[in-house]
Design a protein. Structure first.
Length: 510
């Protein structure tokens, strides 16, 4: 990674090259977008803002002092960027949670038959590097818990394993290489927990999907509720060692302590800033990213870099002198990691005004290069969106997908029928560092992040400046039709969302 001074120099050179390009041949119908892009590529407090958020404040779990400081950071940064208004909007998370010093030791028994040291059974112990799964219950210290290999945790695997009562089950995983691997990791865990609870297991140990002893934090909680069974994630190398011992016929026991601190409901806050529209201020575009993170690292790629992007996009629009027709709301959502809670609360609270929403743009995948946007199944917005992203071709942003993505803060707006635009990005270094001890400031590609600021700011202004909104708010039946046309129903069922949609608990009511 470049040092700060090297990065500033690179960004400055990139700015000069782009400015020369724009001055020579600006598209006639995209002058305002190009003004915003030029302003976005200028040197800015982007790096200093992210340094403050990550290195100084650190990981940001709702309910913690660090999260409070992050909310204050967001308000101060928005004001410094030139926001016309800044405020917070509170919502409730059902439970507070923090990890204590999780400890795990494995002991194995094996036979020795050697004349010079004597024969018999020998015990050997080793420390297992582990962290608790987030929002999982505590487990008081327990000793000599039998460990049983449950394979990948399918129904057939559980049946083959037999009685798991009072045992720790060891679950195999696939090394994370693609976005599909990541979504599969989330999708596979809840059914394993279901079967483990049914079988009266003591605890669950998931092998990490990262190699090189990288530990990270996931949750199986869908809405901030405490999970049903104590669970840990163990370093892949330690998990595989236990699996090999068990496969060779050795017995393995675990001494385990998971002293999580679990509490009652907590208040969390979204941070909202605005640039007021000049002609249609009652209509609005949202540019958002989530401010919260897990705390093993400092939440730089997920999602501090994009929280800083949202602030810098506001600064760029103000610096450009462009005055958008519609209001642009810049929102830093909280509670994303616990189940998209902040954006879900915002969409629900503001449901009565969502007919006036002109689009929601979300960035949430680190600093890998943007390739295009997913438009939430909305084929009706494709033609206009293609025109709007034309100025972004210089960054190779050209692709539009009509899938209905899950897993970030556009989701509940999409279920409310609002046009959504999620930045599709290449993996770069995101997956290995995702939620991990290694997700730190030094992993951020600031040259690329500056381009993302330009993309986000330009698209926000273009959506705000259209003579008519890019598309209507869909009603309930139209949203469901879009789900079926985009083959999203099975995805929603796998993620446990379809039932809430079908029952009216989530998404547009009519």
């Amino acid at each position: 990674m470049h040092s700060n001074m090297q990065t500033v120099k690179i960004v400055f050179v990139v700015c000069i090259l782009h400015l020369a390009c724009f001055a020579a041949n600006p598209p006639a119908d995209n002058n305002e977008a190009n003004q915003v892009i030029q302003a976005a590529l200028q040197p800015s407090p982007l790096e200093a803002n992210l340094h403050r958020l990550t290195d100084e404040i650190g990981g940001r779990v709702p309910g913690t002092l660090a999260m409070q400081h992050a909310v204050e950071w967001g308000m101060q940064a928005f004001r410094a960027a030139g926001a016309e208004t800044v405020h917070t909007e509170g919502f409730t998370i059902p439970n507070s949670w923090s990890e204590g010093p999780t400890e795990m030791t494995a002991t194995t028994a094996y036979e020795v038959n050697a004349t010079n040291v004597g024969g018999g059974t020998v015990l050997s112990s080793f420390r297992v590097r582990s962290v608790s799964v987030a929002w999982a219950p505590a487990l008081p210290p327990v000793k000599h818990v039998p460990v049983i290999d449950i394979g990948e945790g399918t129904e057939a695997d559980f049946k083959k394993a037999g009685d798991i009562t009072g045992k720790m089950i060891l679950v195999h995983t696939t090394v994370l290489k693609t976005w599909n691997d990541l979504f599969a990791e989330y999708a596979k865990a809840p059914p394993v927990i279901d079967l483990a609870v049914k079988g009266k297991a003591k605890a669950v140990a998931f092998m990490a999907t990262r190699e090189h002893d990288i530990l990270y934090r996931h949750t199986n909680s869908a809405a901030g509720e405490i999970d049903r069974l104590p669970a840990v994630l163990v370093a892949r190398e330690d998990g595989e060692r236990m699996a090999r011992l068990l496969a060779s016929g050795s017995l393995v026991w675990a001494d385990l302590s998971i002293p999580n601190q679990v509490g009652g409901p907590i208040k969390a806050s979204n941070v909202v800033a605005e640039i007021r529209g000049t002609e249609k201020p009652e209509e609005f575009v949202i540019l958002g990213a989530h401010l919260d993170s897990w705390e093993l690292g400092t939440g730089a790629l997920d999602n501090g870099c994009n929280a800083a992007l949202v602030v810098d996009a506001l600064r760029a629009i103000k610096a450009s002198g462009v005055k958008p027709r519609r209001t642009i709301r810049f929102i830093l959502f909280s509670g994303e990691e616990q189940g998209l809670l902040g954006s879900r609360a915002y969409a629900s609270t503001h449901r009565a005004e969502l007919d006036r929403a002109a689009g929601v743009i979300i960035y949430d995948s680190g600093t890998g290069k943007t390739t295009g946007f997913s438009v939430g199944g909305r084929k009706d917005v494709l033609y206009t969106t293609k025109e709007l992203i034309a100025p972004l071709a210089q960054f190779d942003v050209t692709e539009l997908k009509t899938d209905m993505e899950w897993g970030t803060d556009h989701f509940d707006f999409m279920l409310e029928g609002v046009p959504t635009f999620v930045a599709d990005q290449v993996e770069a270094n995101y997956l290995e560092n995702y939620h991990a001890t290694s997700d730190t400031y030094d992993k951020v590609d600031f040259t690329q992040l500056k381009k993302h600021v330009a993309e986000a700011a330009a698209l926000s202004v273009e959506l705000a400046d259209l003579a008519q909104k890019i598309g209507p708010r869909l009603n309930h039946d139209q949203i469901e039709q879009t789900m079926r046309e985009s083959n999203s129903v099975e995805m929603l069922k796998a993620e446990g969302i379809w039932e809430d949609w079908a029952s009216g608990k989530r998404g547009r009511q009519k």
